[in-house]
Design a protein around this ligand. Structure first.
Ligand SMILES: [Fe+2]
Ligand SMILES: [Fe+2]
Length: 250
């Protein structure tokens, strides 16, 4: 393996709550693991369901909890975050729903795939146009949204794939997007479709784990040679396991 050029800590589905499905002990263990990583991640990305019910007490608690990370966390909104008019609170406490971040050679587009009080995801044509127009030619391009673009195995009956998944997948492949980071299914998984690498994160701290997957987050290392190493960091066992290794294609 070559030297690490860029490291992404990909966390998801924290479901932070003062009364819901939040498991504080797992969150605390996860923060400790993440903060002790060496080298430190260049960015922490949260792919949604920050809160469990999208209510005020949860957003307040979420802000406190997020401050435990040594670095800023970039967050996309999930379906749970937009329950109970939570979209207005996301706006106020966390920030915009759709935006771009550039760090070194990397471009991240954070995209809202969720809608108020609805579990299904949709990106829509207007947003798709914004994505196509904003993607840079000379960067490693990474899309972040909550809902999964293709079915995720081991997560039970397949529901809530993006309604416009076919169009989004085609647009991402045509625009030579390199990586898509998603959550929602609470199962970590990585696969490749043509040149596009699709990565799902498991749940960081929601009681609703699947089978024996437990609590986890992903660690994605991109090397100087253009290798992409996708690791699962098990919070239960404090163990890092390589899930998949790909090469970036340009
Ligand atoms: Fe979730
Ligand atoms: Fe979700």
């Amino acid at each position: 393996m070559g030297d690490i050029k860029f490291r992404i800590a990909h966390i998801s589905d924290t479901h932070i709550s003062d009364f819901g499905q939040f498991v504080n002990s797992s969150f605390e263990d996860g923060v400790e693991l993440l903060n002790s990583l060496d080298p430190k991640p260049n960015i922490i990305v949260h792919s949604g369901d920050l809160t469990d019910n999208g209510v005020l007490s949860e957003y307040k608690l979420a802000l406190e909890k997020l401050s435990e990370f040594d670095q800023r966390v970039v967050i996309t909104a999930g379906n749970h975050d937009q329950r109970n008019f939570g979209n207005s609170l996301f706006d106020e406490f966390i920030g915009r729903l759709d935006y771009e971040i550039k760090i070194d050679d990397f471009q991240f587009l954070i995209i809202n795939s969720a809608e108020p009080d609805r579990d299904e995801g949709r990106i829509g044509r207007r947003r798709m146009e914004w994505i196509s127009n904003t993607l840079a030619k000379d960067k490693i391009k990474i899309l972040v949204f909550h809902h999964h673009l293709i079915p995720v195995p081991y997560s039970g009956r397949e529901v809530n794939v993006l309604e416009d998944a076919g169009d989004i997948l085609d647009m991402a492949i045509r625009n030579k997007v390199h990586l898509v980071l998603m959550g929602h299914r609470h199962v970590r998984h990585a696969t490749r479709v043509e040149d596009l690498i699709l990565v799902n994160a498991g749940t960081f701290s929601c009681r609703r784990t699947r089978g024996k997957f437990g609590y986890s987050f992903n660690l994605i290392d991109i090397t100087e040679e253009g290798e992409v190493l996708i690791h699962e960091v098990s919070i239960d066992y404090g163990k890092i396991t390589l899930l998949k290794k790909y090469n970036l294609r340009f």
